[in-house]
Design a protein around this ligand. Structure first.
Ligand SMILES: Cc1cc2nc3c(=O)[nH]c(=O)nc-3n(C[C@H](O)[C@H](O)[C@H](O)COP(=O)(O)O)c2cc1C
Length: 333
């Protein structure tokens, strides 16, 4: 079965992409994912704060002189971290030889010179840039329009630094998500990745402490991303990447039917190991054969919102009938 697909103007051997996370943080891990069959990998993010810290450190080193380099390096930066800017570039260089496109990830929240780092990623051999704009409401608060404008400004800055395709990884938390997606598309985003995973801050009433972290996702969380992909299919020129809640080949198939160009996974690879990529791809092939499809192109967007225009799937009429159905089922208990 031919699973070839296009994403961001890149030819991929199949639509399964290992998304940004610990599974892509070393060249060895990337190699294992490539051997298990993935079509592309996204490296973990390099953060605005790290780029700014390294620039500050370089400035201070220039002031104090080269003799103090070793000491200052230990003091200012954890030298064991593999994901500070310079080690990050060498990860790109090593991973770029793995045989599939390697997408570098930049993560920030304010417009600034750090976005120029995209150029260094391009020079190191990245095939594309994924821009994760992770803006959390801060003091002073921004108006909704100003917060949205940040996304556009950061995208424009990164686009002007590189000739590579640039995808934007988004959160669903906009007042008018589809307008935001269309604005990003018009501003030149080559791809939209739905969705980013927010830090899961929580409060423990027993220990009176705050906890943070990322919990792995479950398939039930995929419905928001899937519905938005189905709605955006045909509305934007940008490629669409699904990122949330893939555990089985059926989850991959459902995202393709909604209209995703590629389907990403982090949680399932962390849960089951890199070989799970082969399980997903074998399952996808078996599903295509079982249903009599000749390839990904026949499936993509088959159940997108445009195709469902007269049906109840994505509109308010569907919502009303779902409420009625839920009331009938649960109202009897
Ligand atoms: C432990 C962990 C680390 C992650 N690190 C990053 C990161 O550095 N940059 C990024 O854009 N997303 C990061 N993500 C988010 C994933 O790329 C992905 O978008 C998210 O987990 C949803 O996909 P999933 O349901 O397949 O896990 C991370 C996720 C996890 C669980």
């Amino acid at each position: 079965m031919n699973l070839e697909t296009d994403y961001l103007g890149l030819k991929l051997r199949n639509p399964l992409v290992a998304s940004a996370g610990p599974m892509t943080q070393t060249a060895d891990r990337v190699q294992r994912l490539v051997e298990a069959g993935v079509g592309a990998v996204v490296l973990p993010s390099l953060f605005e704060e790290q780029i700014r810290a390294e620039a500050d450190r370089d400035e201070r080193l220039a002031e104090v002189g080269i003799d103090s380099f070793g000491e200052a390096m230990t003091y200012l930066i954890d030298p064991d971290s593999s994901l500070w800017p310079r080690p990050y570039l060498s990860l790109i260089e090593r991973a770029a030889g793995s045989g599939v496109p390697v997408i570098a990830s930049l993560n920030g929240s304010t417009p600034g010179g750090w976005t120029d780092y995209a150029r260094a990623m391009q020079d190191a051999g990245a095939a594309a840039i994924e821009l994760n704009i992770y803006y959390l409401p801060a003091d002073p608060p921004l108006s909704a329009r100003d917060a949205e404008q940040r996304y556009l400004d950061i995208l424009t800055m990164v686009k002007s630094a590189v000739s590579l395709p640039v995808a934007v990884k988004l959160t669903p938390y906009f007042s008018s998500f589809d307008e935001m997606a269309v604005r990003l598309d018009r501003a030149g985003a080559d791809g939209l990745v739905l969705f980013n995973r927010f830090m899961q801050t929580d409060i423990n009433p027993d220990t009176l402490t705050i906890s943070t972290g990322f919990k792995l996702s479950s398939p039930g969380e995929a419905t928001v991303a899937r519905s938005w992909i189905a709605r955006l299919r045909g509305q934007v020129r940008a490629s669409l990447a699904a990122s949330t809640g893939v555990e089985t080949a059926d989850d991959v198939a459902a995202y393709l039917l909604a209209g995703a160009d590629v389907v990403m996974t982090t949680s399932s690879l962390l849960r089951h190991g890199p070989a799970h990529a082969k399980v997903l791809l074998d399952g996808l092939t078996a599903w295509l054969e079982r249903k009599g499809f000749g390839g990904i192109g026949e499936v993509r967007g088959m159940l997108a919102a445009g195709a469902d225009a007269a049906g109840p799937g994505y509109g308010r009429s569907g919502y009303l009938s779902a409420v009625g159905q839920g009331t009938r089922v649960y109202g009897r208990r």
